[in-house]
Structure formats: C-alpha cells, structure tokens
Design a protein around this ligand. Structure first.
Ligand code: CA
Ligand code: CA
Length: 162
C-alpha cells in the first residue's frame, strides 16, 4: 500500500543515502566501509545483521508462502550470544506482530560468522501485499559477565503478496 511505502522510505532513509553513495562510487571506487550492511548492529564485540526477509518456497500442504528471516551473527571466540527476534508487518500506526523468537548461539570453541535461519509461514494481515520485516536485539555473555541488551535494529522490508 502507498502509505506503507511512505513509512518504509522514512525507515530506510539511511540506507537510501548509502545506496546513492554506492551508485556514485561505481564509476570510481567502492569505499570499504560500504561492505558493512546498513542494518548491522555491533555491541560488546558481536555484530548482528537482520537481513532482508526472503521468500524460500511454499508450505506443504497449506500452500502458504514461506519466508526466511535470517540473522547474520559474528562474534569473537569465548562468548555466547542470545538474540531476541520479532517478526512484523509494517503498518501505518501499529505494526502487526507476527511472533517472537529467542536464538542462542555459542562461540566458546571458536569465533566466526554464522547465519541463523527462521522460516515461517507468511501471515495475511490485510488486503494487498504484506510488508514484512524483522527486528532484533541481543546480549553477549563472556564468562560470568552478561552485557545489557543492545538497542533494537530493523531489517529492510520485503513486499510480497500472501
Ligand atoms: Ca498489516
Ligand atoms: Ca494480504
């Protein structure tokens, strides 16, 4: 819906600016800093990116579309991370909340990057296309110390008809 796009534009203003910068840079050289996704959030040594949701197929036997809400997680060796993930549909005043999930990952053996996948059936919240996104916050534990919870971070919207 039109109003959804207005809101989405507001929400992704920063990435649009980066996009324009990237377009300008194509003719010359791509700055290294653009390699970091606009939605990445780094706190307490870990970086988590709520990636734009992706259509990954159809549920059997309901035929509903399946959407993956991926999180890319990078942490150093010796920590564990707890990520709280919320699934949303972008609405003008109150977004539809389509679920909350907790993901625990351990980097006690080795640091590195993992992708957390969360595939869910697309929820029909209205007539017209659905504007789905997810948000996340996380905390990091090292030994007996657990950090406070990071601020929230949204993914980009995926526009898709249910
Ligand atoms: Ca809705
Ligand atoms: Ca719909």
């Amino acid at each position: 819906m039109h109003i959804h796009r207005i809101l989405a534009n507001r929400k992704t203003k920063r990435s649009s600016v980066l996009g324009a910068a990237a377009a300008l840079a194509v003719a010359t050289i791509v700055p290294l800093s653009l390699a970091t996704p606009a939605q990445a959030l780094t706190r307490n040594g870990c970086t988590v990116t709520p990636e734009k949701p992706r259509f990954v197929g159809f549920d059997v036997p309901t035929g509903k579309k399946l959407i993956d809400y991926p999180l890319t997680v990078t942490c150093p060796k010796g920590v564990t991370i707890r990520i709280i993930q919320d699934l949303w549909e972008d609405d003008p005043f109150y977004n539809d909340h389509n679920g909350r999930f907790t993901h625990d990952r351990s980097f006690l053996i080795a640091g590195g990057t993992v992708t957390v996948h969360n595939v869910q059936k697309l929820v029909d919240t209205e007539s017209g296309e659905e504007a789905v996104f997810h948000s996340m916050s996380f905390k990091v534990t090292s030994g007996t110390i657990t950090s406070g919870t990071s601020g929230g971070q949204n993914s980009a919207n995926l526009y898709i008809y249910d």
